[in-house]
Design a protein around this ligand. Structure first.
Ligand SMILES: [Zn+2]
Length: 134
């Protein structure tokens, strides 16, 4: 819901910017937008492919049926674990293969929005999350 509201505010500010050129970014972009670097490594030829993607928060799947309720910091840390991508279409070796995807934040937003996905299709994931104390 928050992301929906921020997108609506951002769209309105972009309309205003188009009619008043000179400002580079909206207040929503300045506070909530960041950038991630995604590195794909082909498991066949080991060629790396790198792309940069804008983010407005992280949308994280909750672990199902964990032994202990996970801490929020662990969930976020696990989000950045390397991930195997099956059916990766490598442009270098021209094969459909497996790639290792590594995601890292390169430009952190001032405020990071974390959305926990509590539904998998029509099934609710009731995993409790323990807030991290600092
Ligand atoms: Zn390859």
């Amino acid at each position: 819901m928050l992301l929906f509201l921020l997108d609506a505010i951002d769209r309105q500010q972009q309309k205003i910017r188009r009619s008043h050129p000179g400002k580079n970014s909206s207040i929503v972009e300045q506070i909530f937008d960041g950038k991630v670097r995604c590195e794909y490594t082909c498991q066949t030829c080991e060629k790396k492919s790198i792309c940069y993607e804008p983010i407005r928060g992280l949308s994280i799947e909750l672990p199902r049926n964990p032994e202990f309720p996970p801490e929020m910091s662990k969930i976020v840390k696990d989000y950045f674990n390397d991930e195997k991508i099956f059916g990766y279409d490598c442009r270098n070796c021209k094969t459909k293969t497996v790639a290792c995807k590594r995601t890292r934040i390169v430009t952190a937003p001032r405020v990071l929005i974390i959305q926990l996905k509590r539904f998998l299709r029509f099934t609710k994931i009731n995993t409790p999350v323990v807030p991290t104390k600092y």
